[in-house]
Write a protein that binds this ligand. Structure first.
Ligand code: FAD
Length: 587
């Protein structure tokens, strides 16, 4: 973490001095779920953007809802600066077990596997209450320069869209440039836009409960998928803290027009169903912390903004998270995908509002994230069916689970070629950085202080682009710095728009770069010595990420950690053409 750039300041470096906020609202976020809070925490750091966030409830969420945090989401939390807090509190999913009926019909363990494939991410797959994730975001917002706080007890009821947008709420109208509906599955913003959620219900009822219990079932502290012979299926998710556990329990099949609410199910019904599936193992529930029943269904909207694909008018209203896609919770994707929606939108809104990107950039939000959601819906339908299926092959669900583990870890998202995602012409220069996928971190050694670290951890969620310059036969850092300066406003730090980081091939003790890779920054004109990296000999990044050692590679990374392009360092005109279409003209 870097601080004291503009002079020494005592105390918590994450607590920024407050700045004056302008009175006109730029962005109104509706809902303080994971999507709304990700966007709010992101925008809260920009003093020139006036963000407000409203919430129908009277206060923050305290329990229940989602709990699965995928590796990819932890990578994003790292960029926000609180991954270590989540990792410290959370349950870490190391192994998953599978139970199926034996010949006598009794459940028996049929498989035990690593939950996450080695090397998939430097971050773990963890389980932590959604409410705690909200707390971390709220903490960031409180300490941000704009001191953003949710306005609780405020419910949106409708919208009027003209040159600006007017949001009608129970506490009066709010006029704003943009509205983001992060208001969940029954989104009022979506209704106001008249965009239907399309899809179908599976007529299957499930229960979920967080309990404190004792049992002689041995895998109670492992993620376990249990398929009984004729009592349904159960998914065990151990929870943070060492004692609490979550059960997802298959309940009855519903009739075509029946709703699960019509069945008047109680927590005791859920416990009884869980006991039947676990039998002959015991289950003695001491406390039901939270429980709920739900129906499985997969639904998605065909666009995530008030404009349709092909429209030239830039969008002013967006929807994100459950407001535009809902699915079953067992694959643990809801909270994760919702937060990634918001991360995708955040930097685009910031760029446009700060006047650094054309408003047409906002079209790419719906285009990119609707495709991701559609994939998720298709995946979830198969996953839910595979889990509930009572097939002949006891390993069928295990195979399905293993096959899709990269997907559920969140690292398979790949944006199609577009104005933001380059063609694969030079992909061979860095085969481990797939264009359109997230930047896959790897260990390096920071040259200036010999600090062993992850290269991906240089990417903080602050709206900047990153240009990683892997040096081949020639070091182009000087010329690249000059080029980047043409995109940087006068008086801004040299890395304010594009943050250039150089990775050389020589071991750190033999590298003699001096201060030539240290740009001068801040009001005091200090040198930033943290821009140069060397390979970690235990896993040389040039090998692990397939970098061409002769030509080297430029890896351009978007503010949301996705690889925008891979280019040859010596052909700067190609880089200039690419940057010009994203950032406007440079040199
Ligand atoms: P949400 O988290 O739903 O947040 C929407 C927010 O908007 C809420 O705070 C809501 O109060 C607010 N809001 C709604 N309407 C308005 C309005 N008109 N004006 C102002 N504010 C409004 N996922 C799992 O993985 N496992 C689970 O067991 C699980 N259980 C769930 C149980 C429930 C009851 C719910 C609602 C969701 C559950 N989910 C579960 C889904 C998971 O929580 C969501 O996928 C995730 O929270 C989506 O985040 P979001 O920010 O899009 O929406």
């Amino acid at each position: 973490m870097q601080y004291h750039l503009n002079g020494f300041r005592p105390g918590d470096p994450a607590h920024h001095p407050a700045t004056d906020t302008k009175s006109d609202t730029d962005v109104l976020i509706v809902g303080t779920g994971p999507a709304g809070l990700t966007l709010a925490a992101y925008l809260a750091q920009f003093p020139h953007i006036r963000t407000r966030i409203i919430e129908r409830r009277d206060g923050p969420l305290v329990m229940g809802q989602a709990d699965g945090i995928a590796c990819r989401t932890m990578e994003m939390f790292q960029a926000f600066g609180f991954a270590h807090r989540v990792a410290h509190e959370a349950y870490h999913v190391n192994e998953t077990t599978f139970w199926n009926p034996d010949d006598t019909g009794q459940i028996t363990r049929t498989g035990r596997i690593d939950d996450v494939e080695e090397g998939l991410s430097e971050q773990p797959h963890v389980i932590l209450s959604q409410a705690r994730v909200h707390d971390f975001y709220l903490d960031l917002m409180r300490k941000a320069p704009t001191r953003l706080e949710p306005e609780y007890g405020t419910e949106i009821t409708g919208l009027t869209i003209a040159d600006t947008v007017t949001a009608h709420t129970n506490n009066g109208d709010i006029e704003t440039r943009y509205v983001i509906g992060c208001d969940g599955a029954r989104s009022a913003v979506r209704r106001a836009l008249n965009i239907p959620l399309q899809g179908a219900a599976e007529n299957a009822a499930w229960g979920v409960m967080d309990i404190l219990a004792t049992t002689d079932f041995p895998d109670i502290r492992l993620k376990s998928a249990i398929q009984s012979r004729d009592q349904g299926s159960l998914l065990i998710i151990p929870r943070e803290g060492g004692y609490m556990v979550r059960f997802y329990i298959e309940l009855a099949k519903l009739n075509p027009d029946e709703r699960v609410a019509d069945r008047d199910l109680t927590a005791d019904d859920l416990i009884a169903a869980a006991r039947r599936i676990l039998a002959p193992h015991t289950l003695d529930v001491k406390e039901v912390v939270w429980w709920s029943v739900y129906e499985i269904g997969q639904r998605v909207t065909d666009r995530f903004a008030n404009t349709a694909p092909g429209d030239t008018t830039p969008p002013q209203v967006f929807i994100a998270g459950d407001a535009c896609h809902t699915h079953s919770p067992k694959a643990g994707q809801g909270m994760n995908v919702s937060m990634q929606d918001a991360f995708n939108l955040g930097w685009k809104l910031q760029g446009v509002i700060e006047g650094r990107a054309p408003a047409s950039l906002l079209h790419s939000y719906s285009a990119e994230r609707q495709a991701v959601a559609q994939d998720l819906i298709d995946f979830d339908r198969d996953f839910a069916r595979a889990f509930a299926a009572k097939g002949k092959d006891p390993k069928a669900f295990q195979s399905h689970f293993q096959k899709h583990a990269r997907y559920t870890a969140g690292v398979e998202t790949r944006y199609a070629p577009s104005q933001l995602t380059g063609p694969a012409d030079h992909q061979s220069l860095a085969t481990g950085y797939t264009i359109g996928k997230r930047f896959h971190s790897a260990p390096v050694i920071r040259w200036a202080d010999a600090h062993k670290m992850q290269l991906g951890h240089t990417i903080t969620a602050n709206g900047r682009w990153r240009l990683f310059h892997f040096v081949g036969d020639t070091d182009h850092t000087g010329a690249l710095g000059t080029l980047i300066a043409t995109y940087t406003p006068a008086n801004a730090d040299p890395d304010a728009i594009i943050d250039l980081r150089t990775i050389v091939q020589t071991p750190h003790r033999m590298t003699t770069a001096g201060t030539t890779h240290a740009p001068v920054k801040g009001t005091l004109g200090l040198q930033d010595m943290e821009k140069l990296f060397c390979p970690d000999p235990s896993a040389d990044i040039f090998d692990t990420r397939g970098i061409d050692r002769k030509i080297g590679a430029l890896v351009l990374v978007r503010p949301d950690q996705y690889v925008s392009h891979v280019l040859p360092p010596g052909q700067q005109d190609v880089l200039v053409n690419w940057l010009n279409q994203i950032l406007g003209s440079g040199p």
